[in-house]
Design a binder for this molecule. Sequence first.
Ligand SMILES: [Zn+2]
Ligand SMILES: [Zn+2]
Length: 350
Amino acid sequence: MKTVGYASYSAETEMVPYHFERRALRANDVAIEILYSGVCHSDLHTVNGDWGPQPSPIVPGHEIVGRVIEVGPEVSNYKVGDQVGVGCMVDSCQECDQCHHGEEQFCRHGMTPTYGAPDRITGELTQGGYSKHIVLREEFVLRIPDGLDLSRAAPILCAGITTFSPLRTWNIGEGSRVGVIGLGGLGHMAVKLAAAMGAEVTVLSRSTKKEHEAKLIGAKGILASTDEDAMIAAESSFDLIIDTVPVEHDVTPYAPLLDVDGTLVIVGQVGPMKEFVSVPMIMGRRRVAGSLIGGVKQTQEVLDFCAEHDILPICEIIRPDQINDAFKVMEQGDIAHRYVMDMTAMSDDA
Ligand SMILES: [Zn+2]
Ligand SMILES: [Zn+2]
């Protein structure tokens, strides 16, 4: 199947239109016409080579919403016309303990990311959602519930599940005290989801400048990390802190904010972190942890949860030919919304 998208050829050059083939359908494959594609910070890290040299050309994008246009003969859960999504994974071994209990992201044999990895059968490179079509096995296709605005659902597939999963892992519910560091793509979803679970949510930020925005999406307020008195007054007052900062930073100032047995979970920065001081960890059995997206079952759960609680990411819809400008804005700092590309605006002969 011929398709077209935006690809990166190197860290130094801009994204350009790229014509390529999607594989012929295997028996258990679903072919999807992509309508919307979210722009994740990981896409930017990948094309910038922050995570090492990348295959070229590479089509990023792992927040995909579209419609089924064809199914293989063994596909049982989807039919032509269904509204569906694809997140950060398109395959895994399906046989190991992690796959069996629905945590394919931790597959013992390595899950297959949506872009930039060899296909498990042919070895050809997977290519992501900055394109008009995608083909993948049905086990990794998600259902977009009716009532969820298709143009805004895409970021739930990465930003949503990335913050939903730790909230579930640490049993956040009515009365839990949750801190969220950063109010970008991940942070604002963390606030909305935690608030919908009944938690009392505080945004941790350098200043209280964004307090109004934070309250609008369900936070109790902002704790300014530069306000020493406020930081001391807030010691031992959080059960969970979700750290969404996407660059190297120091977690030490935040650790005393955790209550005994509290956890600070890193979901933003993938790579080196500044050294931390162990004293607050030891003095309160506090933990620093990490979390990676979530399994297919839980990704479906967050989509359904968002539909049920009327939660949608804050999105700015752009045309695919605006992707290079969007990357530039994202490079300059945290933006409190997600860019989503309307892939129907990309012409076949771009
Ligand atoms: Zn992502
Ligand atoms: Zn597995």
